[in-house]
Design a protein around this ligand. Structure first.
Ligand code: S3P
Length: 442
């Protein structure tokens, strides 16, 4: 538990947030699947990404994760096994709290010559896996949910011959898309995934840098399409992971709501499939300036954020929905906190995916903000936030959801009295030094 008080003065400072979680996971996975050495700088040393490292070590991949400096920069080195040289694990692979590890690894395990079982913590064991079991089975894999509930543990039968599929995913999910693409590396024929909107495209960007023939298109009906032609050799790369915009989002929000604040957040990934929060907040009147923009394949910039009074349209409304949702899905809890302080009604819609994250984030965000005095209602696919009520401190259960713990820590900055966050240690899943960094800005 951590007790937090309202901020009594503006937040000021210059900060680096830790490396991007999605990119860090992929750097280990794709490094393992390649021939040669992959050197990763800026890697996120958090519980989720360490789960990925552990799983690949169990498959016989040599990974030096002591963050030994190479030319003075802490570096993770992955000595790739290539697609076909993994070792059969001697017991169940454990993915902790990490949905990305679970779903992406499943694409790889489904194609191995050996049997394996994968499972995670209590939260993972409740998250839907039918979204990957269905397409993997269509590809010829044998994947079973051991408890018969479409959740982990998942058992993979080895030695199946996979073939490419054309799959229409009902949800825009990078985890589903990436799982199919990774299985597709082993399949005969092309693998094609249609999704209703483009989800984060880190797999496409990074796998093609490793040598894969993979790209995105848009179909005439507006669906996003991802196409992989297998067979190209994958070769180890040097990866420099930018700061995670999902972690930066907490400090963006902090600067926007505490009067007089000004925070410079350095080296943040601004890939368009992740940066929906910037576009949405700009429309709500946020003062965010991008400095030192670097247009590399994973673009990045320094974000200068100043306190701003957020607002809606002339009817005091603001709607967040449609194709922007997948580009800010993990940021919606902290955006809800911002909306609670804004002088308008904010409608978040088309976001039913929030129900199947680390917690049911429609329920957990709505109940927490209501406890703090916000006028808020849950809907089937999001929430309606009647902003502007003063927030008051409350005891908030994080439900072991890292994004909840951090979002409510930001709400505490403007809440009268003390906010206690129960189970705050879960920030270690994506941002182990979060509370220390927040304290530094105070
Ligand atoms: C992720 C994709 C998203 C996101 C998660 C990380 C990834 O999940 O919520 O935190 O790294 O591919 P979905 O693909 O299930 O939307």
């Amino acid at each position: 538990m951590i007790a937090l008080e309202k901020a009594t003065k503006p937040l000021k400072g210059d900060i680096f947030v830790p490396g991007d979680k999605s990119i860090s996971h992929r750097s280990i996975m794709f490094g393992a699947l390649s021939k040669g050495t992959t050197e990763v700088t800026g890697f996120l040393e958090s519980a989720d990404c360490l789960s990925t490292i552990e799983c690949f070590k169990r498959l016989g991949v040599e990974i030096e994760h002591a963050l030994r400096p190479l030319n003075g920069v802490p570096t993770i080195t992955v000595h790739g096994n290539g697609l076909h040289n993994f070792k059969a694990p001697t017991s169940t692979l454990y993915t902790g709290n990490s949905g990305t590890t679970t779903r992406l690894m499943s694409g790889i395990l489904a194609a191995q010559p050996f049997d394996s079982v994968i499972t995670g913590d209590m939260s993972i064991c409740k998250r839907p896996m039918n979204r990957i079991i269905t397409p993997l089975s269509q590809m010829g894999a044998e994947v079973t949910s051991v408890m018969g509930n479409d959740c982990t543990p998942l058992k993979f039968t080895g030695g199946k011959h996979l073939h490419g599929i054309s799959y229409r995913s009902p949800v825009a999910s990078a985890q589903v898309k990436s799982c199919i693409m990774l299985a597709g590396l082993y399949a005969e024929g092309d693998s094609v995934v249609f999704e209703p909107a483009l989800s984060r495209n880190h797999t496409e960007i990074m796998l093609s840098a490793f040598g894969a023939d993979i790209h995105n298109e848009f179909s005439r009906d507006g669906s996003a399409v991802c196409i992989l032609h297998p067979g190209m050799p994958l070769t180890g790369q040097k990866i420099n992971v930018p700061g995670d915009i999902s972690s930066a989002a907490y400090f963006i929000a902090a600067a926007l709501i505490v009067p007089g604040s000004e925070i410079l957040i350095r080296n943040v990934g601004i890939n368009k499939t992740r940066a929906g929060i910037l576009a949405v907040l700009e429309q709500m009147g946020a003062d965010i300036t991008l400095l030192n923009v670097d247009e590399s394949n994973e673009p990045r910039a320094d974000l200068l954020v100043r306190y701003s009074e957020l607002h809606g349209n002339e009817n005091h409304q603001f709607v967040i929905g449609g194709k922007v949702i997948p580009t800010m899905i993990d940021e919606l809890p902290v955006v809800a906190v911002l909306a609670a302080t804004a002088d308008c009604d904010t409608i978040i819609k088309d976001a039913a995916e929030l129900k199947v994250k680390e917690s049911n984030r429609i329920e957990t965000v709505v109940s927490g903000l209501r406890k703090m005095g916000c006028d808020i209602e849950a809907t089937d696919d999001g929430m309606i936030i009647h902003g502007g009520n003063p927030l008051k401190g409350a005891d908030i259960n994080s439900h072991a959801d890292h994004r909840l713990a951090m979002s409510f820590a930001i709400a505490s900055l403007v809440a009268e009295g003390t906010t206690r966050i129960i189970d705050n240690e879960c920030v270690g899943i994506s941002y182990p030094t979060f509370f220390k960094d927040l304290q530094g800005l105070r």
